[in-house]
Ligand binder design. Structure first.
Ligand SMILES: Nc1ncnc2c1ncn2[C@@H]1O[C@H](COP(=O)(O)OP(=O)(O)OP(=O)(O)O)[C@@H](O)[C@H]1O
Ligand SMILES: [Mg+2]
Length: 200
């Protein structure tokens, strides 16, 4: 199996931006958020199980998951979140394994897993953990700038995620994303050279 680096970080920390920079270097990118999205779009293979578990009210007119409705439910109800995860995680894992087997000639794979700290099954797929980190003020500012979330909503999401210090404990490598995009690209370049050497 291809050498796989698990990329994680809090909401809006820069995971997708970092993944894009690794892609420019030729790494294979597998993004579990993208996979979850595909599983839950109209006709997605997770839809029948979601309908059976949560009822029609969480399936939109077009047959996709009602994302806003489900987000509100699982944010308010931890048991519902566990039910959704029990249903989705095995399907995301299976699709991840399929994609890892199809990475062609890429020298290594970057597997983007926001939930890596809470998901042992995904940690078993990766040989290293790379955490994208930035201070909370930067994180909040970027989240609010890019989305329609208020600062209070962004804070609530951050508070619901694995605490920063705990996430950093899992890191084999850390990218500090408090600077500009050039500073980010420099860190990605340096890690890319190390990952190519295929050594720890
Ligand atoms: N170094 C940077 N300088 C300026 N803007 C940045 C930088 N890094 C990321 N951003 C911007 O911050 C926002 C969040 O970045 P990004 O989408 O990569 O984070 P993410 O961790 O993938 O977020 P999510 O958790 O929602 O998937 C984006 O609008 C992105 O363009
Ligand atoms: Mg992202």
């Amino acid at each position: 199996m291809i050498r796989t680096i698990g990329l994680t970080g809090g909401i809006g920390s820069g995971k997708s931006t970092v993944a894009g920079l690794f892609a420019e270097q030729g790494a294979a990118i597998i993004d579990t958020d993208d996979i979850a999205h595909r599983l839950t779009r109209p006709g997605g293979i997770a839809i029948p199980a979601i309908r059976a578990e949560f009822g029609d009210r969480y399936i939109a007119e077009d047959g996709a998951l009602d994302r806003a409705g489900m987000r509100a439910l699982v944010f308010a109800d931890a048991a519902a979140r566990h039910r959704l995860e029990r249903l989705l995680h095995p399907q995301i894992l299976a699709q991840t394994e399929t994609e890892l087997a199809q990475t062609g000639t890429a020298p290594y794979a970057i597997l983007v897993v926001p939930l890596l700290p809470q998901a042992p099954a995904f940690r078993r797929l990766v040989q290293r953990v790379l955490v994208v980190d930035c201070d909370e003020a930067t994180q909040l500012a970027r989240i609010v700038r890019r989305s329609r979330l208020s600062e209070a909503e962004a804070r609530a999401i951050i508070a619901s995620q694995t605490p920063r210090a705990e996430r950093l404990k899992l890191a084999d490598d850390i990218i500090y994303n408090d600077g500009d995009l050039d500073a980010l690209a420099d860190q990605v370049d340096a890690l890319h050279r190390r990952y190519l050497q295929n050594s720890d």
